[in-house]
Design a protein around this ligand. Structure first.
Ligand SMILES: [Mn+2]
Length: 299
């Protein structure tokens, strides 16, 4: 093992000669945690994820060869002033010709990501698979309308339909979210539902809903996982999903029209063992494996 890692970036899939026009996937970091309400640190995640991505092999856990997939890492989108700079992030996504994998950042960075996806697939049904401990449906939170607790609320504002949203892993609520959760038409699968029904069963329900959409984006907040496996996040919530649950859910999306992923709220300063960074990397690589299997099927 060298200081530079045993592999290239993203398990050797990243190539410097590629562009979004020629690669299957564009990776981009949004190293911003200015709108996290509690413990910050997620701004440092893109750097740590990239660093350790050079220690990954280009195989999934079921030995799917990922080498058929190409990755273009576009670097970071810097956010100094979110009101203005989220526009840059939205435009980057909106004009992308391939599949984005976005590295947060706190969950507020998903606001421009979903806005960009909404634009890319305008006049089509855009489904969202939201994997998180929290619904992030607050209208106004901690003095802001674009904090990490407002993300899905803003997404509904800009035209993502509640009945095209599946939320998995939820277990914490704000008063102002209750009416939308109970009467808003969003499909909700709590962490307790998953524990009782089993993820295979929940994933089947999610698949049947999102399969009616033309495009599906996955937004994964690492706090969906139980803090025992992913403690390095701003607001650890007891009673979360297992690592196997999350992998089962990701793998179940293979036949959906996947168009992007964001992984947010990994906070390296709160993650001394870096197990939370590695959890994020595993999720990203298994998502790439899903895309690889889909590409092989399509020939
Ligand atoms: Mn969240």
């Amino acid at each position: 093992m060298t200081e530079e890692g045993t592999h290239g970036y993203w398990g050797d899939l990243h190539r410097t000669d590629l562009t979004p026009e020629t690669a299957d996937i564009s990776v981009m970091g949004i190293p911003f945690d200015g709108l996290a309400s509690a413990r910050k640190g997620a701004a440092l995640a893109p750097e740590r994820l990239r660093y350790w991505s050079r220690h990954l092999t280009p195989f999934s856990e079921d030995r799917t060869r990922l080498k058929g997939m190409t990755v273009c890492d576009l670097g970071d989108i810097e956010i100094a002033n979110p009101e203005a700079d989220f526009v840059k992030a939205r435009q980057r996504i909106e004009t992308l010709p391939n599949i984005p994998i976005v590295l947060g950042g706190d969950h507020s960075v998903t606001i421009p990501v979903l806005q960009g996806q909404r634009e890319r697939y305008r006049n089509q049904r855009l489904g969202i698979l939201w994997v998180d401990a929290h619904p992030d449906l607050c209208d106004f939170f901690d003095g802001s309308r674009i904090s990490h607790a407002n993300t899905m609320r803003r997404a509904l504002d800009f035209g993502i339909e509640p009945h095209d949203v599946c939320m998995v892993g939820l277990r914490s609520w704000e008063e102002q979210e209750i009416d939308l959760i109970e009467n808003g038409g969003i499909h909700v699968y709590t962490a307790a539902d998953v524990a009782e029904r089993g993820m295979r069963n929940v994933a089947d329900s999610v698949y049947n809903i999102l399969n009616d959409c033309d495009a599906v984006h996955i937004s994964l907040d690492i706090d969906c996982l139980d803090p025992s496996v992913a403690p390095g996040t701003g607001i650890p919530e007891f009673g979360g999903l297992t690592s196997r649950d999350v992998l089962t859910l990701i793998k179940s999306t293979e036949d959906l029209p996947l168009v992007g992923l964001d992984v947010v709220e990994i906070a390296p300063p709160l993650d001394p063992s870096e197990s939370t960074v590695f959890a994020g990397l595993k999720i990203i690589m298994e998502y790439i494996a899903v895309l690889a299997r889909r590409k092989m099927k399509q020939g």
